[in-house]
Design a protein around this ligand. Structure first.
Ligand SMILES: [Zn+2]
Length: 274
């Protein structure tokens, strides 16, 4: 079983042994490297999924859509307010015309015969119609304002429609890319879990801790004096010691802390076969 390295021990880490059967232990470290390959692929896919340009584009269009929809609602409210004002002038003008028509009806009904009274009624009619024309002029001004806002509302409505289509298109595109990545992730995770199940639990824990510390690299090949995790060299004496350790010895890189796996070539007289 894997032994925890003694903490607080200033000297080099005591070599820890993995399992009793050297060949199995060696295989286990090689499997650990394959697990690292899978985890790296999973990390890369997850990062890609999190930073998809399609998602950024969708979020940007959604933000534009929210802003345009708010502008549309504001313009429509302004238009409705002006339309109500227009309607009020229209109603008032109609009411004045009805009154003028009513006075005219009396004038021509024969009920009124006094010229003075007829003159007074005619003056009423003229006054009502002047007032009506005044209201109609104001109604016309309001109508022009309302028409300008109508055009604004139409432009905004068209913009909102375009953005909605664009958001839908991007949503579908994002869903497709996410689906592809999720399928790939599913495959990688299944393969990863299958490998992890064959590994010593303490070794797996050690590996996960190293991965957290070293930005995703928990295990790497020791190639010559170079750790393939951080691509830095370790002292050749240390590299030699690791290579000559009994197979399955768990060693760590002094630089990045990851588990170093020497190549499976025969070392120190023990033939580690696969
Ligand atoms: Zn390293």
């Amino acid at each position: 079983m894997l032994q925890e390295p003694e903490p607080g021990d200033g000297d080099e880490e005591a070599p820890v042994r993995l399992g009793e059967v050297a060949a199995d232990a060696s295989v286990m470290l090689d499997t650990l490297l394959e697990l690292q390959t899978r985890d790296t692929a999973i990390d890369r896919l997850t990062h890609r999924r999190d930073t998809l340009p399609e998602r950024a584009a969708l979020e940007s269009v959604q933000a534009e859509l929210t802003a345009a929809a708010a502008q549309l609602a504001e313009a429509a409210a302004r238009r409705d307010e002006v339309a109500r004002e227009e309607q009020r002038f229209d109603d008032e003008a109609r009411s004045l015309e009805d009154k003028a028509a009513e006075v005219e009806r009396r004038m021509y009904s024969g009920e009124v015969s006094s010229p003075r009274e007829l003159q007074a009624l005619q003056a009423d009619v003229d006054q009502l119609r002047r007032h009506r024309r005044g209201l109609e002029d104001r109604e016309l001004e309001v109508m022009e304002r309302r028409e300008a806002i109508d055009a604004e509302v139409e432009t905004l409505r068209a913009r909102v429609g375009e953005l909605e289509s664009e958001a839908e298109r991007l949503g579908v595109a994002l869903g497709e890319v996410e689906g592809e990545i999720d399928e790939e992730l599913g495959g990688e995770r299944a393969a990863r879990d299958e490998m992890a199940a064959t590994l010593d639990a303490a070794l797996l824990d050690d590996y996960e801790r190293c991965r957290e510390r070293a930005r995703g690299v928990g295990a790497a090949r020791l190639s010559g004096n170079t750790c393939q995790g951080c691509h830095l060299s370790i002292p050749s004496v240390e590299a030699e010691r690791i290579r000559k350790s009994p197979p399955g010895t768990v060693a760590h890189c002094d630089n990045c802390g990851c588990i170093l796996v020497p190549s499976a070539a025969p070392a120190a007289g023990s033939a580690a076969t696969e």
